[in-house]
Design a protein around this ligand. Structure first.
Ligand code: DGY
Length: 320
């Protein structure tokens, strides 16, 4: 048995494969494999590990129906045609739960960085612009007792709500397909309509999957309903916001600030106007990037793949 991996899997995952006597053939170049290279790597493999955003579409799946499993090193699966994989009987695994805290911590970090203009002040020092004390210069916003609006209250949204409540006593409101009774009980969270979320939140934090329902959800119209003092945070998928509309909303003062760990498109290019704005913080999609979390993701990725290769139920299968 052998698997092809689209990037080098962290050592903790390799060790799980070694114990099971399964060989991992990792793509080692400093770029993702091209379509042809992906086909070549998968041709003689029993399983495929997808690290990064390599697209797995219907055409690929039909040409590689011999694969016994596809295991994703991510919780998100919008880059994979899950419906077709299901039809062809190829189980797809992913890495929920193990990255919830790290990803929520990134959202929490972005919220604070943005509210206190941390990157702007850091850049000022680099430019030699730390001179006299000015009581009116570079002021941020308090978060204490403000309202956090969670868009998509699953495990990551839950952790974000917990941090906001614990650190700043923020009121938690959320918009979700279904009620989250656990969050309602733990944080007195209140389920609201999308419009209410927009109108009432001081900070909106996105924690939903990218789907046809959520694509472009935060657009010009949505931003126009938010408070002029509001902060928009997205650590989920860049496709959920419209970046041109977001840039315009920030420029015109329709909203106050934004913290992004995901952009649209990715990677964001150096000249992007958002990078020059005082109340914007951008990170390069590092939501789950801690040593402990990446190790846990690698182990779960390996466990999912091994289960699929043996024809056993996956510990974390994406369900269609
Ligand atoms: C995830 O796990 O989905 C992260 O966003 C990495 O893509």
């Amino acid at each position: 048995m052998n698997v092809f991996s689209t990037r080098i899997l962290p050592q903790k995952g390799i060790e799980v494969f070694e114990k099971a006597g399964i060989m991992v053939n990792c793509w080692r170049k400093e770029r993702s494999p091209t379509k042809q290279e992906l086909y070549d790597g998968s041709k003689n493999a029993d399983g495929l590990l997808v690290l990064g955003r390599t697209e797995i579409d219907r055409e690929f799946l039909e040409a590689n129906r011999h694969l016994k499993v596809i295991s994703l090193f991510s919780v998100g699966y919008d880059h994979v045609d899950i419906k077709t994989a299901d039809e062809l009987g190829i189980p797809v695994g992913h890495t929920p739960d193990v990255l919830s805290k790290a990803t929520a911590d990134t959202a929490f970090l972005l919220m604070q960085m943005t509210a206190r203009k941390a990157l702007f002040h850091h850049k000022r020092i680099q430019k030699g612009d730390w001179a006299v004390f000015d009581p009116e210069a570079g002021l941020g916003l308090d978060l204490k007792d403000k309202t956090i609006g969670i868009f998509g209250l699953g495990n990551i949204g839950y952790e974000m709500a917990r941090s906001c409540r614990g650190a700043f006593d923020m009121k938690v409101i959320y918009h979700n397909r279904s009620r989250n009774e656990k969050a309602e009980h733990a944080f007195q969270a209140e389920l609201v309509s999308f419009d209410e979320l927009l109108q009432k939140s001081d900070v909106i934090s996105v924690h939903a999957n990218l789907s046809s329902e959520t694509k472009n959800k935060f657009n010009r119209e949505a931003f126009s309903k938010m408070k002029p003092s509001a902060i928009f945070i997205n650590t989920a998928r860049g496709g959920i916001h419209n970046e041109i509309d977001l840039t315009e909303a920030l420029r015109s003062g329709t909203i106050w600030g934004a913290g992004l760990d995901v952009t649209n498109p990715e990677p964001m290019q150096p000249g992007n106007p958002l990078l020059e704005m005082e109340t914007v913080s951008v990170l390069p999609h590092i939501g789950s990037a801690t040593r402990e979390t990446r190790d846990a993701m690698a182990i779960l990725t390996a466990q999912n793949a091994i289960a699929g290769l043996k024809g056993e139920p996956l510990p974390a299968r994406v369900t269609f």
